[in-house]
Write a new protein. Structure first.
Length: 103
């Protein structure tokens, strides 16, 4: 099971990306728990994830989040075009690439 956390300003728009990622994971036969939270909740969720993806609107937090997880969990910003298009497959692929097939 892969645990993918998405974080954005409020967690609302990112929840639509989550749904599309879940569909893409199901098509690929990948077991994944994917959820979205507001950026203020990252601290509470970080111990339960394999990768953290940040919405483009909170890209300024990337260094802070990497420090928060002590670089033990991959952290990256979702590609703005993929985010805007709600391209769940592309965002899922980004997450999978970051974890390097560990799961």
């Amino acid at each position: 099971m892969i645990n993918i956390l998405l974080a954005c300003a409020s967690g609302m728009s990112t929840s639509m990306v989550v749904k599309n990622m879940e569909k893409a994971a199901a098509k690929k036969g990948i077991k994944a728990k994917i959820w979205a939270v507001p950026e203020v909740e990252i601290e509470n969720e970080k111990d339960h994830v394999d990768v953290i993806l940040l919405g483009p609107q909170v890209s300024f937090l990337e260094k802070e989040v990497k420090a928060m997880v002590d670089d033990k969990i991959p952290v990256s910003v979702i590609n703005m075009i993929d985010y805007g298009r709600m391209n769940g497959e592309a965002v899922l692929n980004q997450a999978l690439k970051l974890i390097g097939g560990k799961k």
